[in-house]
Design a protein around this ligand. Structure first.
Ligand code: ATP
Ligand code: MG
Length: 393
């Protein structure tokens, strides 16, 4: 039996005049994500994308898994392809839906007839097929208001389709419909989750990571690259910028009071991130911070960090507990990579007693002890870029 995949648009279906643009971007994203699985035909109608495998050996379960991670899709399902002939629809429905209907108590049939030349109208299709299924599956009764299973029959231009599943999609908006942002990606649990959450709103993500060799190892950087690769399943292609940060951290250590090390380091990270963001057309920065999680994430500390930022800093985890962040990290499959024990540049030279309520004027004064500008410029110049894409993996 031949199967296709139907993907229903979510929120974007409400976007009025922009709807066409959103649909076009979603279609492009779906094509890119599925390209490496083989050849498909695509069409769309009534807020639904019809994905038809052309190559014989395409595994629909794999298609389904990828589609489930594409933002902009609210629900999706596999459907059986039938001839535009009621007998064929009847026979295929019984065979295709046996498993799902044998295990259910209530159902209804819903018919959509895009091709008005089909000899039966929608109520007729529902009544006929409903009767046949009732007879075939004695465990079932009809419930039109709140059925466990809705069997949908769609009569379209070349074929008819039957389906009964409804799997929740990734939701959100298609990547690329909301511009680009630069994610400060550490090897920790929180920042991949932050990236996922902003990407869900249609934002294309680039990532920046700071390394401090020899204090941080190659393995630590590799771990972050693995995270990037993992994130592409949801976020699409990711440009990854790796910043050499050792000299700056040593300069902080040699020239600033210990209690301010972390805040000054974070301000310098932001300085660099903004310059990379500008070069890469990113409109905002994203971090995995959450209020009060550590000393550098008190509101006072974040105010000191934000004072150097001229573009918005989005912190989607800001009001979340660690357990809530972990739940998402598990869902997007970054958790197991994040918990691998490699050092981060943030853990190099951490002060024994960090200031939890730093005052901006004290920080600015302490930072003015040393001219960091040449080192910032050098770090930006020596930043290396790599790209990660699902299709290359
Ligand atoms: P995470 O779990 O994301 O590492 P965290 O709770 O460990 O967060 P911090 O280490 O204080 O918190 O980092 C706060 C945020 O700063 C991170 O979420 C991330 O956005 C950014 N960050 C920290 N270290 C780095 C790094 N080496 N490279 C890039 N960004 C970093
Ligand atoms: Mg961290």
């Amino acid at each position: 039996m031949k199967e296709i995949l139907l993907a229903k648009y979510g929120e974007m279906a409400l976007k009025g005049l922009n709807k066409k643009t959103f649909e076009d971007v979603l279609m492009k994203n779906v094509k890119r994500r599925l390209r490496s699985l083989g050849k498909f035909e695509y069409s769309s109608a009534q807020s639904t994308l019809y994905i038809t495998p052309v190559d014989e050996n395409i595994e629909l379960s794999e298609v389904s898994e990828r589609v489930g991670k594409i933002f902009g899709i609210a629900t999706y399902c596999r459907a059986c392809v039938c001839e535009k002939d009621f007998n064929d629809i009847k026979e295929k429905s019984i065979e295709y839906l046996t498993d799902i209907l044998s295990g259910a108590k209530t159902f209804k049939v819903n018919a959509k007839r895009a091709d008005k030349s089909f000899p039966m109208n929608s109520p007729e299709i529902c009544a006929e097929l409903g009767g046949i299924l009732l007879e075939k599956f004695p465990n079932l009764t009809v419930d039109v208001k709140n059925p466990e299973i809705t069997v949908t029959v769609e009569i379209r231009d070349t074929n008819a389709y039957v389906h009964a599943e409804n799997i929740k999609g990734a939701g959100g908006l298609p990547i690329g419909t909301s511009g680009k942002a630069l994610l400060l990606l550490s090897g920790g649990i929180d920042s991949p989750v932050a990236g996922y959450m902003i990407a869900k709103r249609g934002v294309h993500i680039a990532a920046i990571h700071y390394v401090s060799p020899p204090y941080t190892s190659d393995r630590a950087q590799l771990k972050v690259e693995q995270l990037c690769e993992k994130m592409t399943a949801y976020c699409g292609g990711i440009a990854f910028f790796c910043v050499p940060f050792t000299e700056i951290q040593e300069a902080i250590k040699d020239n600033c009071p210990e209690e301010f090390f972390t805040i000054i380091m974070r301000r310098l990270m932001m300085e660099i991130a903004q310059r990379i963001a500008k070069k890469d057309n990113c409109l905002a920065l994203v971090t995995g911070e959450s209020i009060g999680q550590v000393a550098s994430q008190t509101m006072a500390a974040m105010c000191c960090t934000d004072a150097v930022c001229k573009i918005p800093v989005f912190r989607p985890c800001i009001g979340m507990d660690k357990t809530e962040i972990i739940e998402i990290a598990r869902k997007i499959d970054t958790f197991d990579i994040s918990v691998q024990p490699y050092e981060d540049c943030c853990t190099v030279f951490t002060p024994r007693h960090p200031k939890v309520r730093p005052r901006l004027e004290d920080i600015e004064k302490a930072q003015a002890n040393f001219d960091f500008e040449p080192l910032i410029q050098k770090a930006v110049e020596n930043t290396e870029m790599k790209t990660f894409d699902l299709n290359k993996g």
